[in-house]
Design a protein around this ligand. Sequence first.
Ligand SMILES: *Cc1c(COP(=O)(O)O)cnc(C)c1O
Length: 392
Amino acid sequence: MVASGRRQENRRLLTKIAQGGRDPALTGPFVNPPVVHASTVLFGDVDSMRPGGQPYVYGRIGTPTTEALESAITELEGAESTVICPSGLGAISAALLALLSSGDHLLMADNVYDPARTLATTLLARMGVETTFFDPTIGAGIESLMRETTRVVYLESPGSLTFEMTDIPAIASVAHARGALVVADNTWATPYFCRPLALGADVSLMAGTKYIGGHSDVMIGTVAAAPSAFARIREAYVTLGLCVGPDDIFLALRGLRTLGVRLEHHMRSGLAVARHLAGRPEVAAVLHPALPDHPGHALFERDMDGASGLFGVVLDGWSREKTNAFLEALSIFSLGYSWGGFESLAIPARLNRTATRWDAAGPLIRLHVGLEDTEDLIADLDAAFARVDNLA
Ligand SMILES: *Cc1c(COP(=O)(O)O)cnc(C)c1O
């Protein structure tokens, strides 16, 4: 699917995933870092209390537990540094609050995670930041939307409901020429399959809640930044008082250690399910960037080493009622927001777009293919198709 040299490069990440953040100075003889519950940190003398006087000064500012996850993500994303946020949305808001000021203009792709849009149209708008939404497939055409005041281009490739791919290198080269920074939501691919900073983005953020945690039991976000953005991200992080408890960081770090093997399985099984669905007469389109007929497939091949387990399915001319009945007829796929855990999930997609029109042959659903047996998942979908066959 992807050139074999690239896949080989990708497998080397397995070693980084196993070793990242394991500094013996933090862990001692143990494999994993201590789970440090701390507010107060003690100093031996007054001189150590000056800035930079000792490595740890206060629980909120960082502990050996935080540092282990930060440095593992930094290494995987190829970043200058990383901050860990209380959720994926917290990572988005921290990054945008760090990089935008009153009077600035933000360009945001039309297909991004909807709460990112809400942040732009409420809090950021009230602070005097103006947002223009853009067609995620615009590429170098973003030039026509750039203003003197444009400071950030925010994108998510592929968008996690409609799966258009965005040309990060083309957008980054236009943005950088105009003095703007590029922020990419990398939740779908994770650094195992895509490194947005290497493609030209200045910030790569993730909902670690999804594939990093991987077990549907932790809310966490990561913001990995290049030197062009890091100082402002760190300043906002400390100033806003963001921090994450050590138990949640531990869960994320524990999840991270199996990221590669889980994603390889999500990719294989997700593609098998996607190909099966593409052959069903009820399905008008399967929105999966790794399938050759996907409009973003060439960008996917160029920029990514593989695909995760999340994709969209357009049901041909179905009514909303029939779609809902289908979703409720599934028994291994459960109804639930979020994704990236070990379990399969399905949702009806509700789209909120303003810059582009979504024209599809029917309602869109989104599937997350988990780690269950692929044949069981396919049988579950086929049984649900049979159950709703007589519905209008
Ligand atoms: C879920 C999600 C987020 C937000 O993550 P939370 O941890 O739920 O706040 C951000 N971006 C994408 C693409 C997501 O799917």
